[in-house]
Ligand binder design. Sequence first.
Ligand SMILES: [Zn+2]
Ligand SMILES: [Zn+2]
Length: 256
Amino acid sequence: MIIDTHAHINDEKLIDYFDDIKKSLNTKLKLIICPSYSLDTMKSSFLLSQEISEVYSALAIHPNNADEWNEETCNFILENYRNKKVVALGEYGLDYHYEGFNKLLQEKVFLEQLELAKKCKLPSVFHVRDAFDDFISLLSQNLSQFSGGVVHCFDGDISVAKRLLNMGLMLSFTGLVTFNKKEYLHDVIKYVPIDRIMLETDAPYLAPKKYRGKICLPQYVEEVYNEVAEIKNIKREVLDETIENNIKKFFTKLVI
Ligand SMILES: [Zn+2]
Ligand SMILES: [Zn+2]
């Protein structure tokens, strides 16, 4: 059995598939980490983690929702981070992809959550899109506030990967690695030491090639494992065990 470290199973697009997802737990998937991106999704991710033993929660405000960062959202994290099922702050970071983003606000919200993660003694799940230079410079200026992190859905090149690895980050790969137009990620995966890799779906988005055009389900993470095993030229069993160890070491509150 394998693990999906990043699936938005609280997303409304997955409501109709929820029975399927539940069935995959304990057959295909050992566990799922459900990140959040808003106050509502923090609440639903937390709730799911309380209801389903194989679901864990990460709490944060996404850079695209930076204007939702306020006392109420911060307090939700402060009130719940000690819960045994809350294993990280995430997903938060920088996202310059869509026009009209507020760079200064994103920076502020990023740095405040970075500091909060340190205070909570939890690792961070970072979302970084079209913003690697600023992310790297902000993090390197604030390393004293850094309590460990993974850049989820990594889509950069080898030089970016190198800079992130040098700062002690883990890199997490999605179904993007199965896309023909993302061949460069194969070189990145060859380059990144296997003990610095995690795998995820980012469901309901980014269905692997085999399920192209469909809603992505967490159990499809198997396609990502298959692809990475092939790229790294190792057996699936070896990959599965290594990735599980990486996850255990990183998310120290997980019970596997
Ligand atoms: Zn993300
Ligand atoms: Zn996500």
